[in-house]
Design a binder for this molecule. Structure first.
Ligand SMILES: [Cu+2]
Length: 476
């Protein structure tokens, strides 16, 4: 029980937002042979879990998540995962009824060391059977967790044991391989990090090591439970089942070497983009990438079922946006059927309709940014479409968005949010208040026509281009 006591101590001392850890009500006697399941009650980013037993390593920080403590039993690291319905706060003001592990979705991160023998107890408290697949691991076939293929399903109320040696260092994921479509759409997944036993030629030491999973949900405004049949048309694009502004910032010290491990368990790809720095992809779920296969990037596309590990030197101070580059994934839930109203002058019409339907409003006449600042009544348990306030106003973002905060004054090992960046004088884009010269091309226009196109050949009137789309093979 040393590790657990140690964990309480660590969590109490170092938890960044005062999260509490609670043991379940399952009696000690009933679970005597099993490690006590440990539940997490808050969606806050917990301080790294410094190992108190086993080989030392530099622990990861799970964004809006935590690492599962283990029990050392005669040289075997024992973990206990409980699959169960959970209530996950996706951002302040919005809760989702998901399925997860040990009180949260995603489940806790599991961290072990290359060569560790690991025993994981998986208890099923769901209304249907499940199983656990250890994505990317080298293990005996019967431990691979595919229901029906390598094991019988874990029935409700039952506990299964998985045991194997963590053979290769790297970043892995876990998720059910039973009724996958339902169970992953409900939020059942977690991260697994196997740290190298000794200095690895392809795994650099870093000062900050973050991880999170990409996931997505379709939850109608005003409701709580994801629509599991939706494959791609999700309305909540999340990191560790959190959406901006509910995603914590990644806080680092200037000149830290930083690693971020990102796994994709949604049903579409996500080009993840970092501002202000170049990174290299230093590993996948297949292992560390050879040095010859690394090149600088600012965006890396993470396909379905992939993990990408990126490393960079945080050598530029500031608040750097970090987000999925699919702009529809940096939005929160709203109806999908909002028509494009840009350029449509509809104030007069709106006034007429409002006299019939008092709450009626039309959106997006000048673009969608009006949405960010609009005080409109939303159904209960619904987040604004894009929101989050920065030091200069609305950030107009939601979904898969966060901020990398690089600070000179951030102490080693301190993950606390340092607040907004204080820009040096003269280093912020500003409004030009002088006179604006006429754009030069207006004056030069008559002399800029292509010589290959004589004026006489140009039509007198402007014509609108009409495209006729092919309509089958009738022309043959
Ligand atoms: Cu995306």
């Amino acid at each position: 029980m040393t590790s657990r006591r140690q964990f309480f101590k660590t969590a109490g001392l170092a938890s960044m937002a005062g999260g509490a850890i609670a043991a379940t009500a399952v009696s000690r006697v009933a679970m005597a042979a099993l490690p006590e399941p440990i539940l997490q009650t808050t969606p806050d980013t917990m301080a790294p879990l410094v190992p108190s037993t086993g080989r030392p390593y530099n622990p990861v920080v799970t964004l809006n998540g935590w690492t599962l403590p283990w029990r050392m039993n005669q040289g075997v690291k024992e973990f206990h995962l409980v699959a169960e319905p959970v209530v996950r706060e996706m951002a302040p003001g919005m809760k989702a009824h998901l399925w997860g592990y040990n009180g949260q979705s995603p489940g806790p991160t599991i961290e072990v060391v290359e060569g560790d023998r690991v025993r994981i107890f998986v208890t099923n408290k769901l209304p249907e059977h499940t199983s656990m697949h250890w994505h990317g691991q080298r293990l005996p076939n019967g431990m691979d967790g595919v229901s029906g293929l390598t094991q019988p399903s874990i029935q409700p109320g039952k506990t299964f044991v998985y045991e194997f040696v963590a053979r290769r260092p790297g970043t892995f994921m876990y998720h059910p391989h039973a009724d996958e479509m339902t169970q992953m759409a409900m939020g059942m997944m977690g991260f697994w990090v196997t740290h190298p036993k000794t200095k690895h030629p392809l795994i650099d030491e870093v000062q900050r090591d973050f991880c999170f999973l990409l996931n997505s949900y379709d939850i109608d405004p005003g409701s709580y439970t994801p629509k599991i049949m939706t494959m791609l048309d999700q309305n909540l694009w999340s990191w560790n089942s959190r959406v901006f502004p509910g995603i914590d910032s990644l806080n680092v010290r200037l000149r830290d070497k930083v690693r971020i491990r990102i796994g994709n368990l949604t049903m579409t790809n996500h080009p993840i983009h970092l501002h202000g720095h170049e990174f290299e992809v230093t590993g996948t779920d297949g292992g560390p990438t050879p040095k010859s296969a690394r090149w600088p990037e600012v965006t890396t596309d993470i396909a379905v079922g992939q993990m990408r590990q990126i490393d960079f030197l945080a050598d530029e101070e500031g608040d750097w946006a970090f987000h999925c580059h699919k702009s529809h994934h940096t939005m929160n839930a709203m109806g999908h059927n909002v028509p494009t109203m840009i350029g449509v002058e509809h104030r007069g019409i709106a006034k007429k309709i409002t006299s019939l339907i008092p709450d009626y409003m039309v959106m997006g006449e000048r673009g969608m940014s009006d949405m960010a600042e609009m005080e409109m009544p939303l159904p209960d348990n619904t987040l604004p479409m894009m929101t989050g306030t920065g030091p200069f106003g609305s950030v107009e973002m939601g979904g898969m968005f966060s901020v990398l905060k690089v600070r000179k004054g951030q102490k080693p090992g301190d993950y606390k949010d340092p607040g907004w960046y204080k820009h040096p004088p003269g280093e912020v884009a500003f409004e030009w208040t002088g006179t604006l010269p006429e754009p030069a091309r207006f004056k030069a226009e008559s002399g800029q026509k292509s010589p290959a196109m004589p004026h006489t050949a140009m039509p007198k009137e402007e014509i609108e281009v009409k495209v006729r789309k092919p309509s089958g093979h009738t022309g043959h």
